[in-house]
Design a protein around this ligand. Structure first.
Ligand code: PMP
Length: 289
């Protein structure tokens, strides 16, 4: 496996960073996860734009242009002969001293890993997922805005640990005022009649790229698509519920905190959206070449 690291492709065993890298010492850095389908990289420019936005907010200058970053992604897939893959882009503050002052870090570290996609078990999509809400609240945007896709994911990891400890795969995180936000690495949607609802970014959710794609698909299916504040009560009484994310795509949810959602199986709207999404990934995207 060849990994892009600071300007060149190196073997996996050579792809190492310093123990003084602030990405490691402080989670000071940003990342993206991207998927390619049959040689087409889905929403590549959108992911690169989001990476640069995250970096801009934390005042981290990425030492290359967006077009160069796009080329690195497609080149990573080419050199590793991957067509269906998951690509991780990481930019850290770079090597500094033991203090957290970013001014001590002269040069950002940039690496790109292209790997085989680890698909979730088929049964997850056929049977649907059972979720719980957890006590760990989502970061308040005023303290650490979830739009910054940073290397600091402990908020999400704490929630994941709670779910896994209780015997569930995923957690729903609530805001400090008790509204539904998102899962640890996926956005959440409900279907209620003709309405397709998902929490608004200001409550503390990442504006997921899959989320955006599904909202647009919903419009095309003539659903009434809205960003709306949702309570647990709204989830319990939804006709359908599902999660969205680059790696997971669209995952049906059939039970939340012991309450059966709708018919307790993946619903018709979820299935239509899954079909529409699969179609898009086959036809849209940047060709690896
Ligand atoms: N929320 C969080 C916290 C995430 O980490 C992710 C994965 N990037 C998502 C939502 C889904 O976003 P996307 O559809 O852009 O992958």
């Amino acid at each position: 496996m060849k990994i892009y690291l600071n300007g060149t492709f190196v073997e996996r065993s050579q792809a190492t960073v310093s123990v003084f890298d602030h990405g490691l010492l402080y989670g000071d850095g940003v990342f993206e996860g991207i998927r390619s389908y049959q040689g087409l990289v889905f929403k590549l420019r959108e992911h690169v734009e989001r990476l640069f936005e995250s970096a801009h907010t934390i005042m981290l200058r990425i030492p290359m242009t967006k077009d160069e970053m796009i080329d690195v992604v497609t080149e990573s897939l080419r050199v590793n002969k991957l067509r269906d893959a998951y690509v991780r882009l990481v930019v850290t503050r770079g090597e500094g001293d033991l203090g957290l002052d970013p001014r001590k870090c002269a040069r950002p570290t940039v690496f790109v890993i292209a790997d085989k996609i680890e698909l979730y078990p088929r049964t997850l999509y056929e049977k649907g997922l059972e979720l719980i809400t957890v006590a760990t609240q989502r970061n308040v945007p005023e303290a650490l805005n979830p739009q910054i896709k940073s290397l600091n994911y402990l908020n999400n990891i704490l929630a994941k640990i709670e779910a896994v400890t209780a015997g569930f795969e995923e957690a729903i995180m609530l805001s400090s005022s008790g509204y539904v936000t998102e899962c640890t690495g996926e956005n959440l949607f409900i279907v209620s009649g003709r309405r397709l609802l998902t929490p608004p970014p200001y409550i503390g959710v990442l504006r997921g790229i899959t989320r955006g794609t599904v909202m647009a698909l919903g419009e095309r299916l003539r659903l009434d698509v809205r960003e709306e504040l949702l309570t647990r009560h709204d989830l319990f009484n939804a006709s359908e519920c599902f999660l969205t994310g680059t790696a997971a795509e669209i995952v049906p949810v059939v039970k939340i905190d012991g309450r059966v959602i709708g018919q307790g199986k993946p619903g018709p709207v979820t299935k239509r959206l899954q079909k529409g999404f699969a179609q898009l990934t086959k036809t849209e995207g940047v060709r690896i070449g």
